[in-house]
Design a protein around this ligand. Structure first.
Ligand SMILES: *Cc1c(COP(=O)(O)O)cnc(C)c1O
Length: 418
């Protein structure tokens, strides 16, 4: 399904050579493929075709307005985790009636904003949040649709930092308490119980934990309905893993969703999913140029102009991203640690990579569409890179490179501080 191809040794995305993107935008630069985003979205949408469903893209994976717009045009809903993301979805033309609001720490201001926008549903993560939402909805003279995020206590078998469905995680309402909380929610005057949801973690590569979560959530849904509380939807969250490393296995989303659709047939419940990474992860690359080859050390280092500021996943969870030269050239092969210019030893993009490269060469760091730009920082006063969207043989500028001045525009020297 990849739209990355080599033609005469040069890497191209859809119809566009990546060298051309680097010439136009400079490096580092994120580049995304529209057709790959669309194809990944359709795997969910088509898999669930047999049942009433809504795919709600998890905005935090990549929140660029153009990407939200691409998905909106396909009919996607959106799963947000902040008021800021709500603003983005609205700015991209996303309909409020397709927005879910997840997250453990929704502030009063965020809840008021979302109530005013009349979003579709609040995914409530705790009992105190339920009380706060009820009070704010009452004050606003409205009713809030709610779903309780239950913690099914299922091991997603993924990295501990991105596992969220275990009893020891901060997320969701403990499974054992949830029926009681549903009874309470149903009595609160400014809430309307609408659904049930879970999200057990990210980068999940096996269907079994996801299916176990489905079992547990459906068991609870049956109990809630039996208690006289009608439900409109069930939301099984996101977490679908992608292939980062050549040869790694990947989630079979088509198989999972078709099986899920079969299972949900005739239940009268709308099915919601919240995929983030799977939709954009493999659709993006980070372009970077080799600044120096440091050969005088016990190890060889390729120092590039991208860093942990633009792609923190290797530093944060020792994640692997393929790193390939954009143009193949006759050069000496050697094993390098590919590192950035940041003053941290953790500023690594890849260790032990066999590469035939020279200074000035352009490299592509693959699978950088999700949780790359979205997690980028300005550490070391580095302006965040531009983003480009490839659409057939067109290149669209979808975010400009930040200026250095904008990074300290809100700061003051002592003589100007109040
Ligand atoms: C992060 C998140 C998602 C998306 O996770 P992916 O692993 O990117 O699919 C979905 N739902 C919730 C509640 C999340 O926090």
């Amino acid at each position: 399904m990849s739209t990355l191809q080599r033609k005469d040794g040069a890497l191209a995305m859809e119809g566009v050579p990546l060298e051309e993107v680097a010439r136009r935008f400079g490096t580092p630069c994120y580049v995304y493929s529209r057709s790959m985003i669309e194809a990944a979205y359709r795997e969910f949408d088509e898999g669930l075709a047999g049942v009433d469903h809504l795919v709600c893209y998890a905005v935090k994976a990549n929140s660029n307005l153009a990407i939200l717009d691409v998905l909106r045009r396909l009919g996607s809903g959106f799963d947000i985790v902040s008021g800021g993301e709500l603003s983005r979805v609205r700015a991209a033309g996303g309909e409020s009636s397709k927005i879910l609001f997840s997250g453990v720490g929704k502030s009063e201001a965020e809840i008021r904003f979302a109530l005013g926008e009349r979003i579709r549903c609040f995914n409530v993560e705790s009992e105190p949040e339920l009380e706060r939402l009820n009070a704010l909805a009452g004050a606003a003279g409205t009713k809030a649709a709610v779903s309780l995020r239950v913690n099914p206590d299922v091991d997603a078998k993924t990295h501990p930092y991105i596992s969220t469905g275990l009893a020891g995680n901060k997320f969701g309402i403990p499974y054992g308490r949830s029926l009681e909380v549903y009874r309470h929610a149903a009595r609160l005057p400014h809430l309307v119980v609408s659904g049930i949801d879970c999200h057990i973690g990210s980068q999940i590569l096996e269907a079994s934990p996801l299916e176990e979560a489905v079992d547990r959530v459906l068991e609870l849904a049956d109990a809630v309905i039996a208690a006289g509380i009608p439900l409109h939807h069930v939301d099984f969250g996101g977490g679908f893993g992608i292939r980062y490393r050549e040869g790694d296995r990947t989630m079979d989303v088509g198989h999972y969703t078709r099986k899920l659709a079969q299972r949900m047939q005739g239940r009268g419940l709308q099915v919601l999913l919240e995929p983030g990474r799977y939709i954009v992860g493999n659709a993006g690359v980070l372009l970077t140029r080799v600044e120096y080859l440091k050969l005088d050390k016990a190890k060889r280092f390729a120092v590039v102009d991208a860093s942990m500021s633009e792609l923190i996943r290797p530093a944060l969870y020792e994640a692997w991203h393929e790193i390939v030269p954009v143009t193949e050239a006759p050069r000496e092969r050697a094993t390098y640690d590919v590192v950035g210019p940041i003053c941290e030893s953790s500023d690594v993009l890849g260790t032990g990579r066999e590469l035939a490269i020279a200074e000035g060469d352009l490299l592509a760091i693959l699978s950088a569409g999700a949780y790359a730009m979205a997690m980028a920082s300005n550490y070391n006063t580095r302006p965040r890179p531009p983003e480009a969207l490839v659409d057939g043989d067109r290149i669209l500028a979808i975010r400009a490179r930040e200026s250095v001045e904008s990074l300290y525009a809100g700061e003051s020297t002592l003589d100007k501080a109040e």
